[in-house]
Write a protein that binds this ligand. Sequence first.
Ligand SMILES: C[S@@+](CC[C@H](N)C(=O)[O-])C[C@H]1O[C@@H](n2cnc3c(N)ncnc32)[C@H](O)[C@@H]1O
Length: 348
Amino acid sequence: MNNLNGTHSIDKFIESALYDKNYGYYSKKNPFGKQGDFITAPLISPLFSEMILVWVISYWINLGKPKEFFLVELGPGDGSFCKTFCNSLKKFPSFENSVKIFLFERSKTLIKIQKNTVKNKKVTWIKNLSQIKKGPTLFFGNEFFDSIPIKQFEIRNSSVYEKFVQFKNNRFNKFIFKKVSPNTQKKLKKLDLLRKKGIIEYPLKGLKILETIVKKINKLNGGILLIDYGYTKAQGNDTLQSIKTHKKNMFYENIGKADITYLVNFGLLNNFFANKKLIINKIVSQNFFLKKLGIIERAEILSKNISFKEKVDLYYRLERLLSEKKMGSLFKVLFASKNKTKFNLGFK
Ligand SMILES: C[S@@+](CC[C@H](N)C(=O)[O-])C[C@H]1O[C@@H](n2cnc3c(N)ncnc32)[C@H](O)[C@@H]1O
């Protein structure tokens, strides 16, 4: 990779490691699937995307079946979710007539992959959220938020310091802490992020994107459904992690060759949306959400007409999505909306 020497804030470092045009992780190859570095729910089983489709249609019905309805997928990865979603649309002709889908993706390499995977006239790619002009619009992101760089801070002797990573001779040298401006300190305080012990994680860029989305929701009507690996109460842990071929490594190693993510602070997102006057459902686990949508019943129906080998595969994949030790409880689901009539399918 290019010259790394110097001192970089954590978010700037992640930004170039993941998205630099020449060496960034998401700019080079397809990282998804068994052969890649990690696997996400839509790749584990199409049942995941089918359940989201059921949820989206129910939301559309709750809105009174508007003639035009827009779904924006945030960070579509390799396009697996959208492919399954579009393939299943045929079964719901009146919804199919109403829905238009936008894919919001920043990686040119992934856009190419998505265009090969998703071939449907209903789907358009957008580079900027300002291209969304009509509503109601539902934003959906699976493992979107955790791929947007964060900043890290720590309190020392009552002052707030930002964490930086320093490289010498193109190798990691040490972490450096710099005192922040009173303005940044004020912002962190407002978001209720200042804590005396441990690391403070601040998704500055992620919140900026959500700010734009909330403005759209308030103007056009709609909501946002986010699913991600995360927690509801911050414990002061450093949650940055770097994954290469399904194994963890230090985030400052294998730059451009490993994915860097962090655990999403859903408590923070909850407060953020509440401050913007959106209605928020209680945050639930992926296990709770998918079971409420009938994923087990759907698997039972599918399992009736398949071979024993296929049945084993179906239930193995279902277990990965639902297991309390795996994605089932680690992944959380949040829905925030402008609805006047409460919509809580999957959350109650
Ligand atoms: C971890 S992947 C998740 C992919 C997919 N949703 C899935 O579940 O398989 C994160 C995705 O978000 C995209 N992404 C990250 N930051 C983005 C941004 N600021 N704007 C648009 N897409 C972004 C990445 O390029 C990638 O497609």
